[in-house]
Design a binder for this molecule. Structure first.
Ligand code: GUN
Ligand code: ZN
Length: 480
């Protein structure tokens, strides 16, 4: 049971380049992997190409003008139990916001019925936003986080699911009793997730909430778990807010920096996902690069909680892996489209506000060769936004060989995007977008314009179908 799609396809190649094919044949095999692609096939040659591949009997999906396929979004950082809080609490900065808004909501997930109801709609919402791979934080509760993993698994999304480790600096009714209990619950969650039936789309992830909420014995034990099982991903927060950084320095006076805390405990490696990284100093940037850890850029949250602006261009110029995260409910949207918009705005603010600072080169003594700024001090190009939202995010969570772009042998994790309004027009509502906005047939520039329009004016209504591992699991068409 193969499926062949015929129409426009957009896929990232690198930070600076993407490919866009107006007439692509893309064949998905029974396993859900991509069997083959033919990049430019004229209408009259379609049957011949299908015959060449022995795919005459495949189900055939022809895309209309205004539709295209792209890889699904990778959300490298979000909090499933905070979705009920979305859009509230943004008057506080991070530490007050955690106390006043976040911990009281997360504490409710002690109730497994509440957890089941909440997570059922939360996961549906992330899928319909176009997120095919999601790095989820649960709460500190084992049972509720098992339920989260079960729901993600049953809906067919690809994901990492972790329960928060937090045994200090937290409210009395929302804190783990000991490092030992925290680690035991973590091991139980890992076993539960690895026992789920079928292809392993859901994987466990170690989730020390942040350095502030973990005692040294807890960090030590988690570092040992990570060392013993190199297949485990680690996700945490780093250097999001100035008061948070100061608190970490007080709690870990023996460490040289926030990044050094995670490094000393064996939690900074090639499979570590660091959310935010807004206030890293130069030495921390080099340490993150040296360890090959990835950064989850969460600009919606960084604006909303007044945390600051991450200099993503500088991280990219240092060769650090960067993906996007929604960080709900620090961020007020479950959609990576919103993160793309804010990542673009953040880069524009840096470009016009502090050109001298953002173009600053790292001291050559620290790194040997000077870093040539390609991205620093400039707005992020469309290709870079696409990359961070898909393949870059896949790199951050170690899935770059499976997802994030379209290539033979990769999983078909994809969005069928539909830019037409309910009257079938492209672009502005009530205007004949096809003609008046210059979106015509063919050329690569045309598909680029469509992608840009999707990123800056699109939402979940334009995410018509969501596929993971070849399976159609959500999107607006199922809601019609
Ligand atoms: N740092 C520690 N916990 C959290 C959280 O839940 N959200 C954000 N944005 N930062 C954190
Ligand atoms: Zn977060």
């Amino acid at each position: 049971s193969q499926t062949v799609f015929y129409g426009a396809v957009i896929t990232p190649d690198s930070l600076s380049h993407y490919s866009a094919y107006p007439r692509c044949l893309l064949c998905v095999g029974a396993s859900g992997d991509i069997d083959w692609l033919a990049e430019d096939v004229h209408d009259s040659a379609v049957q011949d190409v299908l015959a060449q591949h022995g795919a005459q009997d495949a189900a055939f999906v022809e895309l209309k003008h205004g539709e295209f396929l792209m890889p699904g979004f990778v959300d490298t950082h979000t909090h499933a139990p905070q979705v009920p809080n979305i859009g509230s609490g943004g008057q506080d900065e991070l530490l007050d916001w955690l106390s006043n808004t976040t911990f009281p909501m997360e504490a409710k997930f002690a109730d497994v019925d509440f957890a089941r109801r909440a997570y059922s709609s939360v996961v549906r919402r992330f899928i319909n936003s176009g997120t095919t791979t999601c790095c989820y934080y649960g709460t500190l509760h084992l049972e509720a986080t098992k339920i989260l993993a079960d729901i993600v698994h049953s809906y067919g999304q690809r994901a990492f699911v972790g329960k928060c480790n937090m045994d200090r600096s937290s409210p009395a009714d929302y804190v783990e009793p000991s490092a030992t209990a925290s680690v035991a619950a973590t091991e139980a969650l890992i076993a539960h997730i690895r026992a789920l039936a079928g292809p392993p789309l859901v994987q466990p992830v170690l989730t020390p909430r942040f350095a502030i909420s973990c005692t040294p014995p807890l960090l030590t034990a988690l570092g040992a778990l990570a060392r013993a099982d190199p297949s485990l991903l680690v996700q945490t927060h780093i250097s999001e807010n100035v008061a948070e950084v100061a608190f970490v320095r007080r709690l870990f006076p023996e460490c040289a920096s926030y990044a050094d805390v995670y490094d000393r405990f064996g939690l900074l490696g090639a499979r570590t996902v660091l959310a935010h990284a807004v206030h890293l100093d130069d030495e921390e940037v080099h340490l993150v690069k040296e360890r090959d850890a990835g950064v989850s850029h969460c600009p919606t949250s960084n604006f909303n909680l007044r945390s600051g602006i991450c200099n993503v261009g500088n991280l990219l110029d240092h060769g650090i892996k960067v993906g996007l995260g929604t960080d709900v409910s620090g961020g007020f949207s479950t959609s990576i489209i919103t993160a793309i918009q804010h990542a673009s705005t953040a880069s524009k603010v840096l470009a016009f506000q502090a050109p001298a600072a953002s173009l600053k080169l790292s001291p050559p003594a620290l790194i040997g060769a000077p870093v040539v700024p390609t991205f620093s001090g400039r707005q992020l190009p469309l290709a870079t936004l696409l990359h961070m939202a898909t393949l870059g995010g896949a790199h951050v969570c170690g899935l770059q060989h499976r997802v994030g772009s379209f290539a033979q042998g990769k999983a078909f994790d994809a969005l069928l995007v539909d830019l037409r309004d309910s009257a079938g027009n492209l672009g502005l509502w009530g205007v004949d977008g096809d003609r008046e906005l210059g979106i015509g047939e063919g050329a690569r520039g045309t598909l680029g314009a469509m992608l840009e329009r999707f990123f800056f004016t699109g939402d979940d209504r334009n995410v018509r179908r969501v596929y993971v591992q070849g399976r159609w699991i959500g999107g607006a068409e199922q809601r019609r």
